[in-house]
Design a binder for this molecule. Structure first.
Ligand SMILES: Cc1cc2nc3c(=O)[nH]c(=O)nc-3n(C[C@H](O)[C@H](O)[C@H](O)COP(=O)(O)OP(=O)(O)OC[C@H]3O[C@@H](n4cnc5c(N)ncnc54)[C@H](O)[C@@H]3O)c2cc1C
Length: 334
């Protein structure tokens, strides 16, 4: 990529929301942490919040693994604190989805419908979305027994009987992880075989707590306050049955929110954004950085997303300095 510096942007004003040094696309833990750091470096970032403002933690209840909250905290409350902290230092929030981007030249351009925005550097933090079965009862019990994150919620299912839906590596990993807590884990697989790797399959087959039901799909999640039972259907015969379960983990995959960047950023076969090199936030396009679940398919945690948001903002400031868009940071006190 060319290192040519575009026309100066020194005219950026606090009031000019359309033209900023830094634009952050996404308002989850990654985007808002990037905003806190960029705002404290006087970069006056603009954050596009998207159609899930404040990100995935808005759809969960207890978060017990975010450091600093020994008693745990509700997901929406935690994210509201992120937002307040970002706004306190001068972040501008735009409560919309970015609908189009042009990263071909600097300043980079972004559109919300017909409204055009420009920025010298962009942090892409659009996250990922867990795939769900699409049952109304699944949605009703989300956070009350239905989850898409074993690392996050497994702890709440100590000595319970739970089911995991899915036949790929994610499902196998989640099921094996959940055996640390659950008394029994039933894997519900739509087909008559797993898609996951042989080694993971062998581990699951060998585990005394794991039982596999082939050709099985969930048709309804049942319960009162929390889940007590699943209604199942045999995908071959249509026969219906029930399974007592206090939890249902849906592990049918994640979809990174990267459709917007197709043809602009380097995406891997699953659609995750690639960085220029391992462990970095810079992409192959100089001035465009990524943070959080939009490229991290391994850890997928709020704290790792926030950590990457911090890294991306520091990388942006250093990059802006290196291309002469801001003066060398003698004063930034991270
Ligand atoms: C049910 C559930 C429970 C979880 N519990 C925990 C937990 O207990 N602890 C933990 O550490 N992690 C937990 N996680 C994982 C955690 O939520 C994610 O790892 C984290 O939110 C990722 O942060 P992120 O900022 O990368 O992306 P996200 O939180 O996914 O945020 C992405 C943001 O991008 C925005 N966006 C998307 N497209 C656009 C667009 N075109 N224009 C503008 N904005 C856009 C969205 O609106 C959203 O604000 C849980 C996840 C789920 C689904």
């Amino acid at each position: 990529m060319t290192a040519t510096v575009p026309p100066s942007t020194k005219a950026t004003e606090k009031t000019d929301t359309r033209r900023r040094k830094v634009a952050i696309i996404g308002s989850g833990p990654a985007g808002l942490t990037a905003a806190i750091y960029a705002a404290r470096a006087n970069l006056e970032p603009i954050v596009f919040a998207g159609n899930t403002p404040l990100g995935q933690l808005m759809i969960t209840s207890d978060v017990e693994n975010y450091p600093g909250f020994p008693q745990g905290i509700q997901g929406p409350e935690l994210m509201q604190l992120f937002r307040e902290q970002a706004e306190r230092f001068g972040t501008t929030m735009v409560e919309s989805d970015v609908t189009r981007v042009d990263f071909a030249q600097r300043p980079f351009r972004m559109w919300v419908g017909e409204e055009e925005y420009a920025a010298d550097a962009v942090i892409v933090a659009t996250g990922a979305s867990a795939l769900w079965l699409g049952l109304p009862s699944e949605e009703e019990f989300r956070g009350r027994g239905v989850s898409a994150c074993a690392t996050c919620d497994g702890f709440f299912f100590r000595d319970r009987e739970i089911a995991v839906v899915g036949g790929g590596d994610t499902a196998l990993e989640e099921a094996l992880f959940l055996t640390k807590f659950a008394s029994k884990v039933t894997m519900l697989v739509r087909r008559d075989q797993f898609r996951g790797s042989k080694i993971m399959q062998d581990r699951a087959f060998a585990h005394p707590k794991i039982e596999v039901r082939w050709n099985t799909e969930v048709t309804e999640v049942r319960g009162e306050m929390t889940v007590t039972e699943l209604a199942l259907r045999d995908t071959q015969t249509g026969a219906e049955s029930t399974l007592p379960a206090q939890g249902l983990f849906v592990a049918i995959g994640y979809r990174p929110n990267t459709e917007l960047f197709r043809g602009q950023l380097d995406l891997d076969p699953r659609g995750y954004c690639r960085t220029a090199s391992e462990g970095e936030t810079a992409t192959a396009i100089e001035g465009v950085f990524v943070a959080g679940d939009v490229h991290d398919h391994k850890y997928r945690q709020a704290v790792t997303a926030a950590g990457e948001g911090c890294k991306a903002a520091i990388d942006v400031e250093r990059w802006l300095e290196s291309v002469g868009e801001i003066e060398a940071a003698t004063a930034t006190n991270w």
